[in-house]
Design a protein around this ligand. Structure first.
Ligand code: UDP
Ligand code: MG
Length: 316
């Protein structure tokens, strides 16, 4: 099979028939063998009935129904697990992404050798309250992930080589950072294609402004995981040791300072009257705590299934 189109959706009943027809016409025009996987993420409207109807009319259309609303990432992950096409394309169900982009995306993966091609909504039809923070968000994501050539990490329209989607696990709200996940799994050829974008035709957006707060927190988590995920001691042990040594040296200086003053008949105060003593003490305690956090982290990693996860590219 050439292409799997994975479409996560939550309450998008009005858009589905139009979207399905559009995708089918593009596929047929180009002669692709394909499947369209609608993942109904616990919709409370009639989306599922619409999918059932579409699936009964075409053998290419498949549907998965979640028992409740889990979020876009689990929906994508589920679609990725089922996808059988050589190239997997994801798009939103709200008709903001155009199926006409599929042939070019497919070509970039199969002929230009990209592992992942992300859409770039250069001209967006979204309110300013969304486009402005998005710019900031993408700049940060570029800096942290080191994927310098992407302008639109969270674009719903993306194409992947099959191995990519089978090697990454999208969870929580990590769909915003799939290129980063792919890069961490060793897929380096990540490209971008400027795509058409349209205003939402039906329904309304499913994500509020808290997407930006959660987005930043997730980015920090991913950065941490990719750097220290399997060796937390390397960060906590380092910081802990540094703080402890710093505090210890300070205590020694304070102690010897007092002994020196006493033996030379100079004025001196009780060590416990000096604010520096408390600062040094706190530093030592915090240092020990950090070190312990490192040990605990190592104990957790010891049991994590990801501790030795690798992806083989070739074998002879
Ligand atoms: N979506 C989903 N589960 C959710 C929220 C959203 O499957 O819990 C789907 C939604 O139906 C749409 C896509 O994810 O197909 C993108 O959502 P939306 O268009 O609301 O996001 P925006 O375009 O505002 O970023
Ligand atoms: Mg949308």
């Amino acid at each position: 099979m050439n292409i799997s189109v994975v479409i996560p959706l939550y309450n998008e009943e009005e858009s589905l028939p139009e979207l399905a027809a559009w995708i089918q016409s593009v596929m047929e025009k180009n002669g692709y063998s394909y499947e369209v996987i609608f993942v109904n993420d616990g919709s409370t409207d009639r989306s599922w009935q619409v999918i059932e109807k579409l699936a009964s009319e075409s053998e290419h259309i498949k549907g998965i129904k979640f028992r409740r609303n889990y979020g876009k990432s689990p929906a994508l992950f589920c679609g990725f697990e089922k996808a059988e096409g050589d190239v997997v394309i994801t798009m939103d169900a709200d008709l903001q992404d155009s199926p006409d982009e599929i042939p070019e995306l497919y070509r970039m993966i199969t002929e230009e050798g990209y592992d992942l091609v992300s859409g770039y909504k250069q001209k967006r039809y979204d309110p300013l309250s969304k486009t402005l923070p998005t710019k900031l968000f993408n700049a940060t994501a570029r800096a942290v992930s080191g994927i310098k050539n992407l302008h639109d990490f969270n674009c719903g329209l993306k194409a992947y080589r099959k191995e990519v989607v089978k090697s990454i696990e999208v969870y929580g709200e990590m769909h915003r950072y799939i290129p980063y996940l792919a890069k961490n799994a060793g897929f380096n050829k990540i490209g971008e294609k400027v795509v058409q974008h349209q205003a939402r035709k039906y329904g309304k957006t499913k994500f509020g402004l808290n997407r930006f707060i959660n987005g930043y927190l997730d980015l920090i988590s991913l950065w941490f995981l990719s750097k220290f995920g399997v060796q937390p001691m390397h960060i906590f042990g380092f910081l802990g040791s540094l703080m402890f040594i710093f505090g210890f040296i300070a205590v020694v200086i304070i102690g010897f300072g007092k002994l020196y003053a006493m033996s030379h008949g100079l004025p001196y105060i009780l060590i416990t009257d000096s604010p520096y003593f408390y600062l040094a003490l706190t530093t030592m305690i915090l240092g020990t705590q950090l070190f312990l956090a490192g040990f605990l982290g190592e104990l957790i990693v010891r049991n994590a299934p990801e501790r030795n996860k690798y992806h083989i590219e070739k074998e002879i």
